[in-house]
Design a protein around this ligand. Structure first.
Ligand code: KIV
Length: 280
C-alpha cells in the first residue's frame, strides 16, 4: 500500500521509526521499495554521487527532474520526495510553486526545501496550500554551503539547538509534514524531536530522531575516498565494481568471454552454407 504523508506522520504517534534512503534511478528505487523503505528522497546529493559535481549547488532542475521521474516509476509504495535544487525555490514564491509543480508532474509525492528563513516558512505555507507537501530541512543545509563556510555541525549548544527548534516549529505551523535534521549532536536532535509534533528524520544527527535517512551510495559503499562518520556501509560496491571490471577485462582478453552459452548460433544448415562458401 502506498505510503502517504499522513501515514509517515502517524509513525510518530505510533512510536515507529521512519526508514528513508535516497535513490536516483529506477532499479534502485524499485529494489529499496520492495525492501520496504518508507520514504525515498531524490536527493540533490545526486550532484555529488551521480554526476560528480563538487557541491549540490551545481545540479540543475532539469537534471533533478530526470532522476525524479525514474525513481517515481520504480517506487510503488514508498513516499517519493524530490529535493528542490539550489535557486529553484529561492527567487520568488510564484517561481518556486511552478518549479515544485514540475516535480509533482514527474511523479513525486512531496518536495524538500532547505532552510528556516521567513521566506522559506512562507513558501512552505504556500506550497502546502497549493497541494504540495513539504519536507523541511534544518541543521546543516548543504545548499547554503557558501554562506555557512563548510560542513559544520549545527546546534552545538543550547541556544543554537533552541534556534533550530524555533524555526522548525514555524515550519511545522506553516504545514511541513516532516523535517530532515542534518549534522547535529544527538542530544540536540532528540530535544528538537521531542518538542515537535511532526516527525524528524536525521542524517548525522544521532538516534534521537523519529527516523533516519542515508545517501544510498554511502549505504552500499559506492563512493570514492570520503565517507561521512555518521554513515554505515553495508556493502562494498566500489570494490565489487572494480573486481568485476578487472575479471571481465581478463575474460575478454583471454577469449573466455563470450562462451558458447552466451552466444547466438546459426542452424546447422545455415552453418554448412557458410562453411562451404568459397570466395570467387
Ligand atoms: O540530498 C540529499 O541526499 C539530502 C540528505 C538529507 C539525504 O538532502
Amino acid at each position: 500500500m502506498k505510503k502517504t504523508v499522513k501515514k509517515i506522520q502517524k509513525y510518530k504517534i505510533e512510536n515507529k521509526k521512519i526508514a528513508a534512503l535516497t535513490a536516483y534511478d529506477f532499479y534502485t528505487a524499485k529494489y529499496i521499495d520492495s525492501a520496504g523503505i518508507d520514504l525515498i528522497l531524490v536527493g540533490d546529493s545526486a550532484a555529488n554521487v551521480v554526476l560528480g559535481y563538487n557541491t549540490t549547488t551545481q545540479i540543475t532542475i532539469d537534471e533533478m527532474l530526470i532522476f525524479t521521474s525514474a525513481v517515481a516509476r520504480g517506487a510503488k509504495e514508498a513516499l517519493v520526495v524530490a529535493d528542490m535544487p539550489f535557486l529553484s525555490y529561492n527567487v520568488s514564491i510564484e517561481k518556486a510553486i511552478e518549479n515544485a509543480g514540475k516535480f509533482i508532474v514527474k511523479g513525486a509525492d512531496a518536495v524538500k526545501i532547505e532552510g528556516g528563513s521567513d521566506y522559506i516558512i512562507n513558501l512552505t505555507k504556500r506550497l502546502t496550500e497549493a497541494g504540495i507537501p513539504v519536507l523541511a530541512h534544518l541543521g546543516f543545509t548543504p545548499q547554503y554551503i557558501n554562506t555557512i563556510g563548510g560542513n559544520f555541525i549545527q546546534g552545538k549548544d543550547f541556544d543554537a539547538a533552541l534556534k533550530i527548534l524555533e524555526a522548525a516549529k514555524k515550519l511545522e505551523a506553516a504545514g511541513a509534514f516532516a523535517i530532515v535534521l542534518e549534522l547535529m549532536p544527538k542530544e540536540a536532535s532528540k530535544f528538537i524531536s521531542e518538542n515537535l509534533s511532526m516527525p524528524t528524520i536525521g542524517i548525522g544527527a544521532g538516534c534521537g530522531c523519529d527516523g533516519q535517512i542515508l545517501v544510498i551510495n554511502d549505504l552500499i559503499g559506492k563512493f570514492d575516498d570520503f565517507s561521512p562518520k555518521f554513515a554505515r556501509k553495508y556493502f562494498d560496491a566500489k570494490s565489487t565494481i572494480i573486481d568485476c571490471a578487472k575479471k571481465y577485462i581478463e575474460d575478454v582478453i583471454s577469449g573466455d568471454f563470450p562462451n558458447d552459452e552466451e552466444s547466438f548460433k546459426l542452424t546447422k544448415e545455415e552453418l554448412s552454407k557458410l562453411e562451404n562458401y568459397k570466395q570467387c
